[in-house]
Design a binder for this molecule. Structure first.
Ligand code: NAD
Length: 374
């Protein structure tokens, strides 16, 4: 089976889908690996390391698409890349089918077999392939560093000859994978951390990281796969009021609240921001889905009411070395799951395979996209 790794072309994307160590592992298992020239350079993996690991460097991307049975990418194929994909070819990438159903349809029309890394079921057996968790871990960590850098205060408690400096107060909204990593990172830097999530099951995890879980008497909202569901109007109002009270005492707020396939819930309206201390910092990790803060401008850093509001869109790319390493392990594990001994088969009875395959033989198999098509 020939696997092709093109260079990512979306502006600002520095990650690469396979790293040399995973190339070595896959080569050892009988896969033939083609890597586009300089595909790993932006993530600090030069071509020589791929060659040493057993890959062939391909100078022309068109050749790579012609020869590969399976294309491995980080980002979705762009309008320039879609025409390079041919009938029967397999592509695995973050395809965001819930927000881009038109791409899924386009791939089906080209009779491409499309697999999405964000459709890996969140089950124990699929953990080695869970790229969403890997990327959320990076985003949560990096968000705290951005906040610490933008804040003109220390995070830790300091007792110096020039007086005592109290620790920074950090509020984390949403305690999924990114939120929990943000809590852990802020705690390591010495901040006092509070957190809130609508799923009360995370209370114990928040507390085990040394943060305080804010209590609100609203019904548990979690679907069968563990994802949060949207709150009723009345509950959201009560949540916003609780947050406003705690925001006024916080130096930093990291927001990570998301509902799969829906706009991000609005948790920080303008009056909450206006009520914060001057110089405070908000990092809105939900920016891509519209943001948890009313004032967030996706992809920008702005200052309003004396508060810095950051809406970063691709933090994993800023840590491209480790982000690529984690992603490569995840996508490599999926490839080995689908193609043990380098022979690709699609067992649609298997819940992981059934979850990730969006299109096959010209058909859309992804339920939400089929609904969208009606
Ligand atoms: P996510 O990125 O979809 O959402 C982030 C967090 O926002 C979630 O914790 C969610 O509850 C929270 N949220 C939503 N609306 C909110 C609101 N109004 N106010 C405050 N918080 C709000 O979440 P995720 O990190 O992808 O995790 C989703 C689920 O998947 C969790 O149950 C997690 O435990 C589970 N998971 C399972 C595995 C596994 O078993 N392999 C791996 C990772 C995650």
């Amino acid at each position: 089976l020939t696997v092709g790794v093109p260079r990512e072309t979306i502006p600002g994307e520095r990650r690469v889908a396979l790293t040399p160590d995973v190339v070595k592992r896959l080569s050892g298992r009988g896969f033939r690996i083609l890597v586009e020239r300089e595909a790993g350079v932006a993530a600090s993996y030069p071509d020589e390391l791929y060659t040493e690991a057993g890959a062939t460097i391909v100078p022309e991307v068109a050749q790579l698409y012609r020869e590969a049975d399976v294309i491995l990418k980080v980002q979705r194929p762009t309008d320039e890349e879609v025409p390079l994909l041919r009938e029967g070819q397999v592509i695995i990438a973050f395809l965001s089918p819930l927000t881009r159903p038109e791409l899924v349809v386009q791939l089906a029309e080209r009779k491409v077999t499309a697999l999405s890394m964000d459709a890996i079921p969140r089950i124990t057996r699929a953990q080695p392939m869970d790229a969403l968790s890997s990327m959320s871990t990076i985003a949560g960590y990096k968000a705290v560093l951005l906040a610490a850098n933008a804040l003109s205060k220390f995070f830790p408690l300091l007792m110096t000859a020039a007086g005592t400096i109290p620790p920074a107060r950090v509020l984390v909204l949403g305690a999924g994978v990114a939120g929990l990593q943000a809590i852990a990172t802020a705690r390591r830097l010495g901040a006092v951390v509070e957190a809130f999530d609508t799923r009360p099951v995370v209370k114990e995890q928040v507390e085990s990281l040394g943060a305080t879980f804010l209590e609100l008497d609203i019904q548990s909202s979690q679907d069968a796969s563990g994802y949060a569901t949207e709150l009723e109007e009345e509950h959201i109002k009560r949540e916003i009021a609780l947050i406003k009270e705690h925001a006024a005492r916080s130096d930093v707020i990291i927001t990570t609240a998301l509902i799969p396939g829906r706009p991000a819930p609005l948790l920080l309206p303008e009056d909450t921001v206006a009520n914060m201390r001057p110089g405070s910092v908000i990092v809105d990790l939900a920016a891509e889905m519209g943001g948890n803060c009313e004032l967030t401008k996706p992809g920008e850093t702005i200052v309003r009411h004396n508060v810095t509001i950051m809406g970063p869109l691709n933090l994993p790319s800023e840590m491209a070395y480790h982000a690529s390493q984690m992603y490569a392990k995840n996508i490599g594990a999926l490839l080995e799951h689908l193609a043990p001994n380098a022979n690709l088969t699609f067992d649609m009875e298997d819940s992981i395979t059934a979850g990730v395959v969006l299109t096959r033989d010209g058909e859309v198999l992804h339920g939400p996209t089929r609904e969208w098509m009606k």
